[in-house]
Design a binder for this molecule. Structure first.
Ligand SMILES: *Cc1c(COP(=O)(O)O)cnc(C)c1O
Length: 355
């Protein structure tokens, strides 16, 4: 399929003149900088933060490009993945006119961002085992459908989505297919980034918030064609990634071994948690997980959720979510945290339900 980006964009975005910052107009590192109204003496802190950061994060992207095996021009960095999601709505979706397709149960931000941008959402639920219904999805598409959001491994179910189904959407939908891979580091599934050159309508999102343990820094990645990345760069706030985040993540990228060791520990703990839960008669279902959490069906889930809070153990209550009825979503913790959770669960079922 021949994919043409321009007709998908909101017309005013095509011709938008972006803000050019002082750091766009002169990119050299040496010199006397009297161009950006910064403080010449330094900062009030011990470290100096007085200079505006690189608006396009060149050093960081060069490193990420190596690790992810993509070109720097195929990378957009956002203040969390949430910024990339919002920018996609602003670039592609005319408020009150265009629509996007969501596949519930899934990550809540797609719908919130659609709401903020006054964009209609069309919902095609996943199957009972949380797979796509590609034919129904494609039937829901009309000339105003701009984006389909796929999350794999999916939050809150944890499973990976069948690859063939995503490929079908990429091949047959003449719009943007977003594959949110926030949990890909916990999965044996290869990333869709390997298909960027093949599918110009593909955008893959990943994040430093989960496996890398850097949620507080707020750094999300989007990978797509060079042309798509150019659009996101044109509409982003000029200095959307702080200098502190850029430096810290650049240093963190040298520690791939440590990340891999933490991932291995989390996967081991995921197995431990699954095995311990499986021993409990009242646990009705532990859904397959390719992520760092388990979706677990148990009776009186909302009541159990409240009782767990009394024990100062906080999980995510998904009991009211379509297809997740009576389910809690439990993030894999350390061994100490996981055993404390199991102990608390046993206590609650014994004391509250005589089970
Ligand atoms: C956690 C998560 C993200 C990450 O969001 P950030 O804004 O990068 O922290 C993205 N997508 C899904 C599905 C998630 O669960």
């Amino acid at each position: 399929m021949k994919f043409d980006l321009t007709p998908l964009l909101r017309p005013h975005i095509v011709n938008l003149l972006p803000y050019t910052s002082a750091r766009d107009e002169y990119t050299g590192k040496e010199g006397i900088f009297l161009d950006a109204n910064e403080n010449p003496y330094g900062s009030v802190t011990d470290e100096d933060y007085n200079r505006y950061p690189d608006p396009y994060q060149h050093e960081l992207k060069a490193e990420i490009a190596e690790i992810k095996q993509v070109k720097p021009s195929q990378i957009f960095l956002g203040n969390g993945s949430d910024e990339a999601i919002d920018l996609l709505f602003r670039a592609f979706c005319n408020p009150g006119k265009d629509n996007v397709i969501l596949l519930p149960p899934t990550y809540g931000m797609y719908e919130v961002s659609a709401g903020i941008n006054d964009v209609e959402t069309r919902k095609i639920p996943l199957t009972a085992d949380f797979q796509l219904q590609p034919n129904l999805i494609l039937q829901a598409v009309d000339e105003n459908t701009k984006i389909i959001f796929v999350c794999s491994p999916n939050n809150p179910s944890g499973n990976k989505v069948d690859r063939e189904d995503i490929l079908k959407l990429l091949q047959e939908f003449n719009g943007l297919v977003v594959v949110d891979e926030a949990y890909i580091d916990f999965s044996d599934e290869p990333s869709f980034t390997t298909l960027l050159n093949e599918y110009k309508n593909l955008l893959v999102m990943q994040t430093f918030s989960k496996a890398w343990g850097l949620a507080s820094l707020r750094l999300g990645m989007a990978f797509a064609s060079k042309d798509m990345i150019k659009i996101l760069n044109r509409i982003k706030p000029p200095y959307n990634i702080s200098g502190l985040t850029q430096q810290t993540v650049l240093a963190a990228l040298k520690n791939v071994d440590k990340v891999n060791a933490m991932i291995a520990d989390i996967l081991q703990e995921r197995d431990y948690l699954r095995n311990e839960l499986a021993k409990l008669d009242y646990v009705e279902k532990i859904h397959p997980s390719h992520a760092n959490f388990l979706l677990v069906k148990m009776p009186n889930a909302s009541h159990v959720y409240d009782d767990l809070i009394e024990e100062k153990i906080i999980v995510r209550n998904r009991a009211k979510v379509q297809l997740c009825e009576e389910c809690l979503r439990i993030t894999v913790g350390t061994r100490t945290e996981n055993t404390a959770f199991i102990q608390a669960l046993k206590k609650i079922y014994t004391e509250s339900f005589n089970l």
